[in-house]
Ligand binder design. Structure first.
Ligand SMILES: Cc1cc2nc3c(=O)[nH]c(=O)nc-3n(C[C@H](O)[C@H](O)[C@H](O)COP(=O)(O)O)c2cc1C
Length: 215
């Protein structure tokens, strides 16, 4: 598929088919995800790929922890955000809400859905070694960017799941992720459910003149 088409078409998938992904397909996806640039080619990204019964178990642990600790998806900001950022968050809710059943609470859908990787057959946990500074999160982000695009090109859907960061300790324990590895983000991967209205919710983008300055 043409790159521009892939970039424009890709959007987060929040409903997946119960169809497992073959191991070779996952190998190819990870191969393409790691073809991106990284500082000094350090390739700081590391992936824990969780499938099958282990994926189910991971979700059970996360949903339980989320309910017990009353954790909710949010901007994770260190101080109050200017209104225009909050407006973008509200617009995302306005975009997704009409695709949900009337009785579904939006925040609950996002919180439970995120902890459940929206039912995707594969959950990827991306980690980087604690020896790296925060700068290397850029490299990890590039790998996620490549992954979501490569996945779309392969007929797969993805949803990055930042909420899992709140449960780093539970994940670390369950998946034997050593202390020296920092949990960066989760990514749900699977075949999108074409009949689910939530997969047809396409979020807006701010016009370029509001986010770019030219000198
Ligand atoms: C770092 C990061 C963390 C995210 N965390 C979550 C999450 O926890 N739950 C969720 O449903 N979506 C999550 N998303 C998906 C965003 O909501 C989504 O990318 C954004 O609304 C733009 O929509 P699009 O991906 O459909 O273009 C995350 C995306 C990124 C890049």
């Amino acid at each position: 598929m043409e790159l521009e088409k892939v970039i424009i078409e890709r959007h987060s998938t929040r409903a997946f088919l119960e169809v497992p992904i073959p191991r070779e397909t996952m190998d190819k996806l990870l191969f393409l995800s790691t073809r991106g640039p990284s500082a000094i080619n350090l390739q700081p990204w590391e992936f824990t790929v969780v499938m099958g019964e282990e994926r189910e178990r991971l979700s059970r642990v996360l949903v339980k922890a989320m309910r017990e600790r009353n954790i909710s998806c949010g901007p994770d900001a260190v101080r109050p955000l200017p209104k225009y950022f909050m407006d973008r968050q509200r617009k995302l809710m306005d975009c997704i809400l009409p695709s949900l059943d009337k009785e579904t609470d939006f925040q609950e859908f996002i919180n439970e859905g995120s902890c459940n990787f929206y039912g995707a057959p594969v959950a990827i946990i991306l980690t980087i070694d604690r020896a790296f500074s925060k700068s290397r999160l850029v490299d990890a982000g590039i790998a996620v960017g490549y992954m979501v695009l490569a996945a779309h090109n392969m007929g797969l859907g993805t949803c990055p799941i930042g909420l899992i960061n709140a449960f780093a300790e539970e994940i670390r324990e369950m998946l034997n992720i050593p202390d020296e590895k920092n949990i960066v983000i989760g990514i749900a991967v699977g075949y999108p459910d074409p009949d689910s209205p939530v997969n047809r919710a396409i979020s807006e983008r701010t016009p370029i003149h509001e986010v770019a300055r030219f000198y």
